[in-house]
Design a protein around this ligand. Structure first.
Ligand SMILES: Nc1ncnc2c1ncn2[C@@H]1O[C@H](COP(=O)(O)OP(=O)(O)OP(=O)(O)O)[C@@H](O)[C@H]1O
Length: 271
């Protein structure tokens, strides 16, 4: 496998009884990148993460990862009767690569009382403890399924900072799935967008944004070679998100990340 890639998938597919949850997915994630995995409900995000984590066999295709992989599932599995301190001791006993000082620092930063039982923690605190348990192993690849869904805005910011620091310090590669793209905007430098199991859009966020424009044009405007990702028609005008091909002779603004993702999710709904 190429040295600079931490995750590489080739023609990856997962078929359940009712059909393909992940189909023909090919992508490569460079070491030290943070990728937002987005898609509508049922698009295949959790399935893809489980396969990359090695917890589930693909039906077809291949996936390779470099180094140690840690995965935090959506339901944040933790021993509910353990205290926070016992959870860390468990992490240490179960993982030869455990970084005790680092894990203790993360727990302190998260404001998690060492004597508190897991079952007494809020959903957001449990999510942060699950993340500490994963980061404490000092993995090379960290896969997070909706890690911030239950966190308050401050916890999200602190968590995002901890992740970015880990990336900067160790070259950690992160993939995190989310529905709230806005919360990922400051954290992620790459995007992987799934549409009914298939990769619809992938790449560096800055490049993807630079390759798209939001325009307002007369309703009957012909956009020529520019791909209309999604369009909303008013009485006389249409507001469209375009994937631009060459020069654009219309007043246009670059989309925000959320706007771009929503445009693609909407185009998937219409298909
Ligand atoms: N264990 C399973 N057995 C059968 N079908 C499954 C299983 N897990 C997921 N699926 C199906 O595969 C598809 C993709 O599901 P998955 O949970 O991977 O999507 P997701 O993008 O994570 O969704 P969400 O955003 O709702 O969490 C769905 O149609 C789902 O019903």
């Amino acid at each position: 496998m190429d040295v600079e890639f931490a995750v590489r998938a080739n023609g990856l597919g997962v078929r359940y009884r009712r059909g393909w949850a992940v189909r023909d997915c090919s992508f490569a994630l460079a070491r030290g990148t943070v990728t937002a995995l987005v898609g509508a409900n049922g698009a295949g995000k959790s399935t893809l993460l489980r396969v990359v984590a090695g917890l589930q066999e693909p039906t077809g295709g291949t996936v390779g990862t470099r180094g140690q992989v840690a995965f935090v599932a959506q339901d944040k599995p933790l021993y509910r009767s353990f205290t926070v301190a016992e959870t860390l001791r468990f992490g240490q006993a179960a993982n030869p690569s455990w970084d005790r000082a680092y894990a203790e620092r993360l727990v302190a930063e998260a404001g998690l009382p060492p004597t508190a039982k897991v079952h007494s923690l809020s959903g957001g605190h449990r999510a942060r403890l699950a993340l500490v348990l994963a980061l404490g192993r000092r993995p090379d690849v960290l896969l997070l399924d909706e890690p911030m869904a239950e966190m308050d805005p401050v916890a999200r910011e602190v968590t995002a900072r901890a992740l970015m620091l880990a990336v900067a310090e160790t070259g950690l590669t992160v993939v995190l799935s989310s529905h709230a793209v806005g919360e990922l905007e400051d954290v992620c430098d790459h995007l992987l967008l799934l549409d009914r199991g298939a990769v619809r859009l992938a790449g560096e966020v800055d490049e993807l944004v630079a390759g798209h424009r939001v325009v307002v044009a007369p309703r009957d405007h012909d956009f020529g070679a520019h791909e209309v990702v999604s369009a909303r028609a008013g009485e006389r005008q249409v507001t469209a998100v375009l994937r631009v091909a060459g020069d654009l002779d219309l007043a246009a603004t670059p989309p925000g990340l959320t706007e771009l993702v929503v445009a693609y999710l909407r185009s998937g709904e219409a298909a």
